[in-house]
Design a protein around this ligand. Structure first.
Ligand SMILES: *[C@@H]1O[C@H](CO)[C@@H](O)[C@H](O)[C@H]1NC(C)=O
Ligand SMILES: *[C@@H]1O[C@H](CO)[C@@H](O)[C@H](O)[C@H]1NC(C)=O
Length: 290
């Protein structure tokens, strides 16, 4: 009884500790694929497919090593297997944090693993952001309104490895993006950890899966997706701070003021407040209480 009471009070505290988690998908937990949103399957371009079939599907399965994963599969020539998340739910003047854990059975030119897709001002800015292969280099691309998709970051990836991506997207008119790869904050191609731009001109929503790159059979595996309004919401999916999921008991409440995110404690270096544990701020490049 006491334990139950403790558990429920710990759960009640969670929203205050974590900010607001808008989406939380875990294959290990056995979550239904629909937790991610709406399924989008397309055979040839324009030929929408209403439900999974043998040559085109997204289903809870295992990766080749036997680890539970959402398995995306497309035969040659089939163009889309994606989940459209938070449809029409994203808004202007907000900062979204997105964590995405995946591995690849296929690496091929033009395969798109993630889109931040515009649905209203499509002519001006069809795909504000995407993660797309250029040969075997995964690129994070930005399409400014009226512009072309332009690489901001890239890394050569391979099959059979688990990768963690973290994206920060600020939807103000003068917005910004930040990017984490395997838990490390990345510098964009121009040397900065932040790129300013406009990423939300009407209604832009996140999509996870496999789009284009249809010259070959495609298999990809998604383990975890988290979307929230604070970096801490998505730490696990983004692989930040060596965060490991506890599959046993409820989380032990952390005494206020105690630093659990090593390397991000009082006195550690930071670029901004998101780099610091607790509600600490980044003052002169160092995590501080004020
Ligand atoms: C976002 O903020 C700008 C500047 O403060 C404001 O003009 C605009 O109306 C806001 N948009 C929304 C949807 O709240
Ligand atoms: C990189 O480009 C962005 C604009 O896209 C800008 O905000 C940022 O200041 C640039 N950084 C450097 C070091 O040039």
């Amino acid at each position: 009884m006491q334990l139950t009471a403790l558990l429920s009070s710990a759960l009640l505290l969670l929203p205050y500790v974590s900010g607001s988690l808008l989406l939380d998908y875990s294959a290990a937990r056995g979550d239904a694929p629909g937790t991610l949103g709406l399924i989008n399957l397309e055979a040839a371009r324009g030929d929408k497919v209403p439900a999974n079939r043998a040559d085109l599907y997204i289903k809870l399965d295992k990766d080749p090593k036997g680890v539970p994963a959402l398995h995306y599969h497309r035969d040659v020539g089939l163009i889309r297997a994606e989940y459209h998340s938070l449809k029409d739910k994203t808004v202007a003047n907000t900062t979204y944090y997105i964590g995405y854990t995946f591995s690849l059975g296929t690496v091929t030119d033009n395969l798109v693993l993630f889109q931040w897709k515009e649905y209203i001002n499509v002519a001006a800015q069809n795909i504000p952001l995407d993660l797309e292969f250029n040969k075997d280099v995964l690129e994070f691309n930005y399409q400014a309104p009226g512009g072309k998709r332009t690489r901001q970051w890239g890394k050569q990836l391979t099959t059979g490895k688990t990768y963690h991506v973290g994206m920060v997207i600020n939807t103000n008119t003068n917005g910004y993006i930040e990017f984490y790869f395997d838990g490390q904050k990345q510098k964009f191609d121009n040397g900065s950890t932040r790129v300013n731009g406009q990423f939300f001109t009407g209604q832009a929503d996140p999509k996870f899966g496999a789009y284009r790159g249809e010259a070959v059979v495609v298999d990809t595996y998604v383990y975890r997706v988290q979307i929230g309004t604070a970096l801490k919401d998505v730490q696990e999916a983004a692989g930040i701070g060596g965060f490991v999921t506890s599959t046993t008991a409820a989380p032990t409440p952390t005494p206020t003021g105690q630093c659990t995110w090593l390397g991000h404690c009082l006195g550690d270096k930071c670029a901004n407040e998101n780099d610091c544990d607790q509600s600490w701020v980044c003052t002169n490049g160092v995590c501080s209480t004020a």
